[in-house]
Design a protein around this ligand. Structure first.
Ligand SMILES: [Zn+2]
Length: 713
């Protein structure tokens, strides 16, 4: 365990495990099969990555999420951990190369898509590899009861049980009810597994349910207050996603749109713009988010209530993966129930499945209504106990007094009762308001004794009031496209005066965060700008370089040497080596600028130094800068009267020092994988050996490029 702790610090730069991680690691490292039920963003991957680094051999990670696989492997490489993946996104050649390297034992982690994990493949792997651990991600896919059953997962258990030396098997999932958990243990043939349900509470999330507001004005106010923050707006349907998106664009927000009805290209584009922080807002259906790891999502706002607590928490949980304070807001109206009922009706599945979904919908409804701590409500639902009230959700913060609305309830209920279940909520509200609506008059509803009983309220307020009575189950809406409203049994004691109705008025969500002021630190902004440039150069999302939280800590601590830098949470050795100098230069520059302001002569001098470095030491940077600015190597060589080889050396030296480089301009991915493939086969201490094993078109310089790049990863 000490080793695990050391790894956590060295590789990931963290001092402490999150709650539960330690138990799971202990269990796996002691050789026990393990089933870990951890929420998305609960630090699942560390639970198999650290054992993979400690145990000898190659750990296999089975995962169905292709984009996540790529992100994780990229991130691992960045942390200096040899890892690769096998899935359908690879070309036949890349696939062969990866497999060959795997057989040579080059990787500590090998990610495999379940479809690839067939019998012959498995046979091959077990013959060639020492496999200490098989980690099965999204393990609920093995269960028919889970919401995402995949037949290919069924083969896993067979394959694993046929192994000569059966490794430790660990299943991971974010969503598992008791039945699903039992099913996973059974289907994967886990041997006497240790089970952990942990980490469902997300202390950095503030959960809120907001009801009875004008959604559009709420949304636009909400977004205006969070201009600098990145967030997701989820809608239940494509149509609504489009409507909300259009409305935001009209109001002057820049936002992306994502739903299953768009072309692959449009979706990819939206996703990438969002992921790379080029666009702060994305309006999406639940098609968005699976396998997208973006840690700095500051809020997730649901335009409607989703169909079940699992989906809600999974989507809401995409906020704040970096551990920073984040908000999850659910806009709820009683009519949301209809959309969800409709979706269940239209959905696949037999009647028993639909009944299960209807029950789940009911639990979701209760979440929207409960006065209990929302965090507690959710954690309870997932089976984790002993979590204390969060103190920051809309229930915990609700200090509003309850109001006695028995009289209003009696008026509304008796009116609905008199309308005999033939009209919807809107018409009932019109009657109570005493409206002159044509249809109302035509149906002679103005003759009812309840006509105009609530005329002191606005029609909108009456609609909200009726919807609240629906949520509290005094009224019920019928299914179908034009739901009609009727009274329930629960209304009777209210109508006869034996029961009172008290309502807690939930106000608008407060601005719970003081984040914006934190964001305003000039050094933090500077570091963010640097990160954006660096990320663009490397063509990766900014967070893969450093999270917001890490940047903020750097901005606060302003470390001036590597030792201090490594103290910062979230910085391991690989990242410190790669970016340390550049990062520290950012605020050093800041200091320099201050000095410059004071001393113009010094400024002039410094300026000169930057533009025309004359010492031999920085000659390589001039070549480098010209290259990055778009000059070819030939051109630079002739401009500077240097040999081509010298310029090439200059560029690589600059790269080794951590200056960003677009490697693809020097070496295509294809050629690079060719080079990487021959490395294990030759005595690579001599460049000539490598060169001879390769096609003629690959130059010595390109081989050096590949080697340099590898040494930096
Ligand atoms: Zn709470």
């Amino acid at each position: 365990m000490k080793q695990a702790q050391a790894m956590l610090k060295k590789v990931y730069g963290y001092d402490e495990f999150r709650p539960g991680q330690e138990d799971i690691l202990n269990s796996i490292l002691s050789g026990q099969d393990t089933l870990a039920i951890l929420p998305t963003g609960g630090g699942k991957s560390i639970c198999y990555q650290i054992p993979a680094m400690i145990l000898p051999g190659t750990t296999l990670v089975i995962s169905p999420l292709i984009s996540l696989m790529k992100d994780q492997v990229d991130a691992l490489k960045r942390l200096g951990v040899p890892a690769a993946y096998l899935n359908s996104s690879l070309s036949a050649e890349q696939y062969r190369n990866t497999l060959r390297n795997a057989f040579d034992g080059e990787y500590q982690l090998l990610y495999i898509a379940p479809e690839r994990f067939d019998a012959p493949m498995f046979q091959q792997l077990t013959e060639h590899l020492t496999i200490p651990l098989i980690a099965i991600d999204e393990a609920h896919c093995v269960s028919q009861w889970g919401h995402d059953f995949r037949p290919s997962y069924r083969q896993l258990a067979l394959a694993i049980s046929s192994m000569k030396d059966r490794p430790i098997v660990a299943g991971f999932t974010a969503t598992a009810t008791t039945e699903v958990a039992e099913d996973i243990v059974h289907m994967l043939a886990l041997q006497n597994p240790a089970q952990y349900v942990t980490g469902f509470a997300r202390p950095n999330l503030s959960l809120s349910v907001v009801t009875g507001v004008n959604k559009y004005s709420f949304l636009s106010e909400f977004l205006k207050e969070r201009e600098q923050q990145s967030g997701i707006v989820y809608t239940a349907t494509r149509k609504e996603a489009e409507a909300v998106h259009e409305r935001l664009i009209e109001t002057g927000f820049s936002a992306e749109l994502y739903h299953g009805g768009l072309s692959d290209q449009a979706r990819m584009q939206a996703q990438e713009k969002y992921r790379f922080d080029d666009s702060k807002i994305i309006v999406a259906t639940n098609a968005f988010g699976m396998g997208i790891d973006k840690p700095n999502v500051r809020y997730v706002l649901h335009w409607q209530m989703p169909g079940d607590v699992e989906s809600y928490y999974q989507e809401a949980g995409r906020a704040g993966r970096d551990g920073e304070e984040s908000e999850c807001i659910l806009l709820f109206e009683a009519s949301d129930l209809h959309i969800q009922r409709f979706l269940i009706e239209q959905g696949m599945g037999d009647d028993s499945r639909k009944a299960v979904q209807a029950a789940k919908l009911h639990t979701m409804m209760n979440y929207c209504r409960t006065d209990q701590c929302l965090q507690q409500y959710i954690v309870d639902y997932f089976g984790e106990r002993s979590v204390t009230p969060c103190g920051k959700c809309s229930s915990c913060l609700d200090t509003s007094e309850k109001i006695d609305r028995s009289l209003d309830a009696r008026m509304a209920l008796s009116c609905v009762g008199r309308m005999k279940g033939r009209f919807g909520v809107t018409m009932a509200a019109k009657v109570l308001k005493g409206s002159q609506d044509k249809r109302l008059l035509a149906s002679r509803l103005d003759q009812l004794s309840t006509y105009g009983l609530m005329r002191q309220y606005s029609e909108k307020d009456i609609v909200d009031w009726l919807n609240w009575l629906v949520a509290e189950q005094y009224l019920v809406l019928s299914d179908g496209q034009y739901p009609v409203v009727n009274v329930t049994e629960r209304a009777l004691p209210v109508l006869n005066g034996s029961e009172e109705v008290w309502q807690r008025r939930r106000g608008k969500v407060k601005q719970l965060l003081a984040n914006s002021s934190q964001d305003a630190s000039p050094i933090f902004e500077k570091l963010k700008a640097w990160r954006k440039v660096q990320a663009t150069t490397e063509n990766i999302p900014p967070f893969m370089i450093f999270s917001d939280a890490t940047l903020r800590l750097i901005a606060e601590a302003q470390p001036t040497n590597f030792e201090q830098l490594l103290e910062v949470k979230g910085i391991g050795q690989a990242k410190a080596a790669k970016y340390g100098e550049a990062v520290m230069a950012e605020y050093a520059k800041e200091d320099a600028e201050e000095v410059e302001e004071l001393d113009l002569a010094e400024l002039a001098l410094q300026h000169q130094r930057v533009v025309r470095p004359t010492s031999a030491e920085s000659s390589h940077l001039i070549s480098y800068e010209n290259y990055v600015a778009g000059s070819s190597i030939d051109q630079i060589a002739s401009d500077r009267q240097l040999s081509q080889q010298t310029v090439e050396k200059h560029i690589l030296r600059a790269a080794e020092e951590g200056h960003p480089l677009e490697w693809e301009t020097l070496l295509s991915a294809e050629d690079e994988s060719l080079i990487m493939a021959v490395l294990p086969e030759v005595d690579a201490s001599l460049l000539r050996n490598i060169k001879e094993a390769l096609p003629d078109h690959i130059s010595y310089f390109q081989i050096q490029v590949a080697l340099t790049r590898r040494s930096l990863q």
